[in-house]
Design a protein around this ligand. Structure first.
Ligand SMILES: Cc1cc2nc3c(=O)[nH]c(=O)nc-3n(C[C@H](O)[C@H](O)[C@H](O)COP(=O)(O)O)c2cc1C
Length: 195
């Protein structure tokens, strides 16, 4: 059943990328609620390679700061939460649990580095997108970012788990006064082929 127009507006038509934040906090319960929607989005072989680090303390933000590009620094330091969307290159070690009806699934990836890397990145990126939409569905705003030094984020937050960094998402309640003018979008016929 199609969602009603106000839900579509909240998820898509009126949802914006945010660069400034109100003082309203994001609770750990809200982070768990976003996760619990995100996790239901599909991934290949149900591999769920995305991993998340939720940075919401001043100490964590200071640790992140040296990795941020100039234009992303102030808004990230001000955001209630910054999420590192990462992925586990060894995601296939968990397929016995996530894809139990096929005992061979691990072997598809464990001996094929290129396939494993592509699968982790593709599905981890999808899960990052599901995360944005889940956050919007729960009344939160997002500011995704790729302007940062990946290796610095990995050495500050991810190296001990062996996770790889994909992108960052600032999360909070956006200040609508501070959004950029909406950029144009392609229309269907410009970028689609009906084959
Ligand atoms: C993966 C990704 C990376 C982005 N990186 C940055 C960034 O580093 N800095 C920034 O200011 N905006 C960044 N953006 C924001 C985009 O420019 C913005 O989402 C896009 O222009 C659409 O804006 P709208 O949602 O308000 O229509 C990024 C967005 C995405 C999805």
């Amino acid at each position: 059943m199609a969602l009603d127009p106000s839900a579509l507006d909240a998820l898509f038509n009126e949802a914006r990328t945010h660069n400034a934040w109100t003082d309203q906090k994001v609770t750990d319960d809200e982070l768990r609620a976003v996760f619990d929607l995100m996790k239901m989005g599909p991934t290949s072989a149900n591999c769920a390679p995305a991993r998340f680090v939720f940075i919401r303390t001043p100490e964590g933000k200071e640790k992140l700061k040296p990795a941020l590009s100039g234009g992303n620094t102030d808004k990230t330091m001000a955001a209630p939460v910054t999420v590192i969307v990462a992925h586990d290159p060894h995601f296939y070690d968990h397929l016995y649990k996530l894809f139990p009806h096929n005992a061979d699934a691990k072997s598809w990836f464990s001996g094929n580095y290129t396939l494993a890397e592509e699968t982790a990145f593709r599905n981890g990126t999808l899960q990052g997108a599901y995360f944005i939409m889940a956050a919007r569905a729960l009344g939160l705003d997002c500011g995704p970012m790729s302007g940062f030094d990946k290796s610095k984020v990995e050495s500050a937050f991810l190296w001990d788990r062996g996770w790889k960094c994909n992108f960052l998402i600032n999360l909070g309640h956006g200040d609508p006064a501070a959004v950029f003018p909406r950029g144009p979008r392609f229309n269907f016929d410009e970028v689609s082929v009906l084959a």
